[in-house]
Write a protein of this length. Structure first.
Length: 331
């Protein structure tokens, strides 16, 4: 029983147990697609037939725009790379960028939101103005400017991943800042915060020990939605020519850009695999985010508690306080 209780408390398992109907279907589909994306990214060195920058095999050069064959299941690109291998290795590049971008944006955004919301004053006003100014810019344009400023447009694997991640981080920081700041402003007015002040707790202890842990409940939802946005932003940077060099790493957006001329010539195999990979990765993570968003609605939990003879409206009404007529009281 203890083992089952521990497993049931895990975030994904807990949310899955709460879900019903369409929400459960969305969450399950998202988890399956995201797990597929993660497995391909982690196992890329073992499941990819060739390296992402390999141009020749035992029999010589692969050749450009070769159709699918036993040697190249999805054919080759205009540059002579194996399409299947580039698609598989591209998942690893996307995962690297997502992890770095999310870690940086969560750390910086949460820290700034916590300090701004709790301390207030002129610092809060300055940070809010800066965050709103950044948030008003188109996200892709801001990412392009950041990528050019950081790496000059293109670079190798580590500098390229860092440049793309930092460019995406600049776009995400205001989102975490605004959400956490709003929660901190609400939480710092609670009675337990006032009690901590009365007993002499320091400002930093109250901020990080009491306020922070009660102000980050919505972060998992934002992380999932931002992860899917990070994939699309990375693909857009690569498609526009501001991504990672093809000899340094495989990147889906760059491969799509190189396949534009192939589509008009009837060569479909260079465009469909990277495009489909982008769709699957974004769809999986987005479905998880949408499922978590629906589960955050208390009406869904009320519907799950509803019995066979009870409608969702009845179940929701049963959870609300009942007013005593003429007395102005509630039960």
């Amino acid at each position: 029983m203890a083992k089952q209780s521990l497993i049931s408390r895990l975030p994904v398992v807990h949310q899955l147990r709460q879900s019903v109907g369409l929400q459960r279907g969305m969450l399950m589909t998202g988890l399956v697609l995201t797990a597929l994306f993660l497995l391909v990214a982690v196992l890329a060195p073992w499941i990819a037939p060739y390296s992402f920058n390999q141009l020749r095999g035992p029999d010589g050069l692969f050749g450009a725009q070769q159709p699918p064959s036993p040697e190249h299941l999805l054919g080759t690109t205009v540059g002579g790379y194996d399409v299947l291998s580039r698609t598989i290795w591209g998942a690893q590049t996307a995962l690297f960028v997502i992890v770095v971008a999310i870690i940086l944006s969560v750390f910086i955004g949460v820290l700034l939101g916590l300090v701004s919301g709790y301390l207030g004053g002129w610092l809060d006003r300055v940070l809010v103005v800066i965050a709103d100014a950044i948030y008003s810019f188109p996200s892709l344009l801001l990412a392009i400017v950041a990528a050019i400023a950081i790496s000059g447009g293109q670079s190798g694997l580590v500098p390229g991943v860092m440049a793309a991640a930092v460019a995406i981080t600049v776009v995400f920081i205001p989102q975490y800042f605004r959400v956490v700041r709003a929660e901190v402003v609400r939480v710092k007015a609670e009675a337990f915060v006032e009690s901590a002040k009365v007993i002499g707790a320091s400002t930093w202890r109250i901020m990080f020990r009491h306020v922070l842990r009660n102000s980050t409940r919505s972060l998992p939802l934002i992380v999932t939605l931002n992860a899917s946005e990070a994939i699309s932003t990375l693909a857009a940077l690569g498609f526009l020519g501001f991504g990672i060099e093809p000899t340094a790493a495989a990147e889906w957006g760059y491969d799509l850009k190189e396949s534009i001329g192939d589509v008009s010539a009837g060569i479909w195999w260079t465009a469909i695999p990277p495009g489909l990979a982008i769709v699957i990765a974004i769809l999986g993570i987005t479905l998880i985010g949408e499922g978590l968003n629906d589960l955050a609605d208390p009406r869904l939990r009320a519907r799950r508690r509803a019995g066979k003879g009870q409608t969702p409206a009845d179940a929701l009404a049963a959870t609300q306080p009942v007013a005593r007529e003429g007395m102005g009281e509630v039960e």
